[in-house]
Design a protein around this ligand. Structure first.
Ligand code: ADP
Length: 259
């Protein structure tokens, strides 16, 4: 079976600065893989190249065996990819115009008119997804009233509506309280394993990384310096040297480092 995600030698420079230099790896269906590294290591650049938001200078990206290098995000999304963002604000499956249209219709109290036609569409599926994410009791509330943790779960529900076989999560627990972080990742990994979804995520919280990934990859100055099971990576001298002085230790890991 083809890998959910296969990346071969991707590279990106900004001016004279090599942000990502020849990174290669694969994520199998149902596998949970974390990408970590200090600030400026190239995590976001890697992530955005895979998602089609920035073009690669070199290398190939395949999703379920099909090359996606050079495709725009919407086309990548159509290949069965779900993604979430560090800042939750939009419906990723809608166009920019549709996002604004929905906001305008809501502002003019015209959404209900639109819903005379659309309200019954996909309602059962939506309920099943909300149930899966523990959001059924919140279904009728305005998103603006939701607690941050609920918003993150809503974002995951929206991503799952695309029935993805690959989930790309950019710091999925950023801005959440420690207990909420662990809960959200536990839920995400349970759903991913149940549905054989490959998950590729970047994350600053080392507790989340080491508890929930099958494999951890470490990026330093644009290159992968380690890849393996959490315990092996945690004790790898090269990795420890990169995180030296940042509280990356056997007891748990590094907190903070938020942007
Ligand atoms: P990380 O996500 O690991 O913090 P980034 O991918 O954001 O790392 O950045 C990697 C390197 O590329 C850094 O040196 C950063 O300054 C540089 N960089 C990232 N984006 C740009 C950009 N748009 N223009 C110039 N340099 C950039």
């Amino acid at each position: 079976m083809a890998a959910a995600l296969e990346v071969q030698g991707i590279a990106k420079s900004y001016g004279g600065v090599a942000a990502v230099r020849g990174v290669s790896f694969a994520v199998q269906p149902g596998e949970i893989v974390a990408l970590i590294g200090p600030n400026g290591a190239g995590k976001s650049t890697c992530f955005n190249m895979i998602m089609g938001q920035i073009p690669v200078d070199d290398g190939v990206i395949r999703i379920f065996g099909q090359p996606t290098t050079g495709l725009p995000p919407r086309a990548v999304w159509r290949r069965g990819v779900g993604r979430t963002f560090q800042i939750t604000a939009t419906f990723s499956s809608m166009t920019v115009a549709e996002n604004v249209q929905v906001a305008l219709l809501s502002h003019r109290r015209q959404l209900s008119t639109c819903y005379k036609f659309a309200g019954a569409m996909a309602r059962d599926e939506a309920e099943r997804l909300l149930d899966l994410l523990g959001l059924k009791a919140q279904a009728g509330r305005a998103c603006g009233e939701l607690a941050y943790g609920d918003l993150k779960r809503l974002e995951l529900a929206v991503a799952l509506a695309n029935d993805p076989k690959l989930l790309l999560l950019d710091e999925p627990t950023a801005g959440m309280a420690p207990k909420e972080r662990v809960d959200l990742m536990a839920l995400t990994t349970r759903i991913a394993r149940d549905r054989t979804i490959g998950v590729f995520f970047t994350e600053h919280d080392m507790d989340v990384v080491f508890e929930h990934s099958d494999r951890v990859m470490v990026l330093d100055r644009g290159a992968l310096i380690a890849s393996g099971p959490p315990q092996a990576v945690r004790t790898d001298p090269k990795v420890r040297a990169v995180y030296l002085g940042e509280g990356f230790d056997d007891a748990g890991g590094r907190e903070g480092d938020e942007r």
